[in-house]
Design a protein around this ligand. Structure first.
Ligand SMILES: [Zn+2]
Length: 307
């Protein structure tokens, strides 16, 4: 399962970030507006985020080697956690500025070249975010999804600014501007926290999502019967890769070949139902009591306390 092609989307995000910075620097050059300059400097965060995504996606696509025998897929979680943290910092900055404006109202900016440039930059971010989200869903890439969510928080921030300018222009209520900014910040906090939480779950080897567990259960149900049983089923997710292990209990008088043929078929079926799955099975004679003493994570019962 080669995922090197996913880096192309991160590269697209990097190019888009550099393009929007150039646009804003051009607008700063034309208008001399300090706001545009600070906007351009803020966009440097997007370049850093896209570069981090590019690097970690490249790393996560590396094939297993002697040092990382299960592959590098978990590297994606560092990327998504980093993006989640960046989003939280942005939310904090927006919220801080909004509270400051609520306490010290200022005249709202007029629609000028600066706003037009930020609308163009927003359109670029929106298009790139949609492309990245599509690829992230198709390939189960949390790193790409996080970069897309990051771009979407920029989009929402800009939409909030434009809506605030229009709303204050219509009503004359200057408190609307910081209030809309606070709403945007709250929405962004939610996205950032959710990304951090999902990254942590991935790093903690969370079990596969219920939908995938059901697909596995449906396959096992077809095999299960008087002669075949399963236990110690364990799963863990690793970005675009899934790991499944289980014990398969069969009659003790089966030949090794017969048992192996069974688990081969079973493993192929599960791999076909959930692409990118690594399956390990442990074959056991179902009549032997020893087969049932290894269900827990620790195979050897812990020694009783000394006192
Ligand atoms: Zn067992």
């Amino acid at each position: 399962m080669d995922r090197t092609h996913l880096t192309r989307f991160a590269l697209l995000s990097l190019v888009a970030a550099i393009a929007t910075i150039s646009l804003k620097l051009l607008a700063w050059h034309l208008t001399g507006s300090v706001g545009m300059l600070s906007d351009a400097l803020e966009s440097i965060v997007n370049v850093v985020a896209a570069a981090a995504t590019l690097w970690l996606l490249y790393l996560s696509a590396r094939p297993p080697d002697e040092r990382y025998t299960y592959g590098y897929s978990k590297a994606e979680y560092f990327s998504s956690a980093f993006e989640g943290a960046l989003i939280l910092v942005a939310a904090f900055a927006i919220g801080w500025a909004a509270v400051d404006r609520l306490l010290h109202p200022q005249p709202i900016e007029r629609i000028d070249l600066g706003v037009v440039v930020s609308i163009v930059a927003t359109a670029i971010n929106l298009i790139v975010a949609r492309l990245l989200l599509g690829a992230a869903r198709r390939h189960d890439s949390i790193a790409l999804e996080a970069d897309a969510q990051h771009l979407m928080t920029d989009v929402w921030t800009s939409v909030g600014v434009v809506v605030a300018v229009l709303a204050v222009g219509f009503t004359g209520w200057s408190w609307l501007d910081p209030s809309i900014a606070l709403l945007v910040a709250a929405n962004i906090v939610f996205t950032g926290v959710s990304l951090l939480r999902r990254s942590a779950s991935g790093l903690m080897d969370q079990a596969l999502p219920p939908e995938r567990m059901q697909r596995i259960a449906a396959i096992l149900d077809r095999y299960r019967g008087d002669r075949i049983e399963f236990h110690a089923i364990r799963t863990r997710v690793s970005a675009g890769r899934s790991f499944v292990s289980m014990h398969v209990l069969v009659p003790g008088n089966w030949t090794v070949k017969r048992g192996h043929d069974l688990v081969e078929r079973l493993e192929l079926e599960i791999a076909a139902a959930i692409p990118g799955t690594t399956i390990e099975t442990h074959l056991e004679p179902r009549e032997d009591p020893a087969s049932y003493e290894d269900v827990a994570l620790d195979r050897i019962a812990p020694a009783p306390p000394a006192h």
